[in-house]
Design a protein around this ligand. Structure first.
Ligand code: NAP
Length: 262
């Protein structure tokens, strides 16, 4: 792997992914940008090439399509210069569960979970072999809160958190850093796609602030980075309660409260 590894970023045509591209380019990393909108990635990359001098490749891929996804997996397996994967591409579906179509939800799950797993799976063996490298997975605070009523989207983001924590267990000892980033509402186009007016919402973070904060967590090798959460103790209490429960989860005898009524 080169001294400054190249970074492959999914969903790099706009929003959080495009901002990661800009920040990593300014740090001197070559980039591989992945999304569907080539014109936007061309515009971003010609500006960044000019401003930073880094090398930038573009892969046009719809990550819900197996053949497109395979192209990106191959690149991650074969290109030893890539040492950082930013699994950022994601989508939301508007409306309540009973209004959402099964086809839309299938696309949502394919992009937010399957693509993320397959791309991590493509790069992880090489990084583990090298004993270095990073995988950044973009989750969401929605994955912590069923109360937000974004059920399937939130479920995919809970998946991203679990996946990241599991990969930390597996890959951390091999020298590979895995970070889960959990943004809350951030000013990007994702809100237009679900028919919400981000300008009428409160507590919306600017995308540059979100990515800069996430990179502070990245530089500290923090496992879970939640930029909008000011009281870190709240996250530590939740994670601590979960860890305290783990040794109690295996038992041959059902709990007293489940004893069948005689
Ligand atoms: P965004 O502005 O809508 O950008 C999404 C990016 O993903 C775009 O570059 C889009 O590019 C790409 N993308 C969408 N569908 C794709 C597909 N089928 N194949 C390949 N690329 C695809 O969204 P964002 O807010 O930056 O979101 C980035 C990540 O942050 C997502 O995982 C999202 O769930 C998460 N997040 C966002 C917020 C928020 O409030 N913004 C909060 C929490 C978490 P193309 O259209 O060119 O393909």
């Amino acid at each position: 792997m080169s001294e400054i590894p190249a970074v492959l970023i999914t969903g790099a045509s706009t929003g959080i992914g495009a901002t990661y591209a800009e920040r990593f380019a300014r740090r001197g990393h070559d980039l591989v940008l992945v999304a569907r909108d080539v014109a936007r990635m061309e515009a971003l990359s010609s500006r960044l090439r000019q401003e930073t001098g880094v090398k930038i490749d573009i892969i046009k891929a719809d990550l819900t399509q197996t053949s497109d996804l395979a192209q990106v997996e191959t690149r991650l397996r074969d290109d030893a210069r890539i040492g950082i994967l930013v699994n950022n591409a994601g989508m939301a579906v508007g409306g309540a569960f009973i209004e959402q179509s099964a086809d839309d939800l299938t696309r949502l799950m394919a992009l937010n979970t399957t693509a993320l797993v397959r791309l991590a799976n493509a790069i992880a063996p090489r990084l583990a072999q090298a004993g270095e490298g990073s995988i950044i997975n973009i989750g969401s605070v929605v994955g912590l809160a069923p109360e937000f009523n974004m059920t399937v989207y939130g479920a995919t983001k809970a998946f991203v958190l679990f996946l990241s924590q599991g990969l930390q267990q597996e890959l951390g000892p091999k020298g590979v850093y895995v970070q889960a980033v959990l943004p809350a509402a951030t000013r990007t186009e994702i809100w237009d796609h679900v028919g919400a007016d981000v300008n009428s919402m409160s507590n919306v973070m600017e995308v540059g602030d979100l990515v800069d904060a996430a990179l502070v967590g990245f530089d500290r090798r923090e496992p879970v980075t939640i930029p909008p959460l000011h009281d870190l103790g709240l996250w530590e209490a939740l994670d601590g309660a979960r860890k305290a429960m783990v040794p109690n989860l295996g038992n041959a005898v059902p709990a007293e409260r489940y004893r069948p009524v005689a």
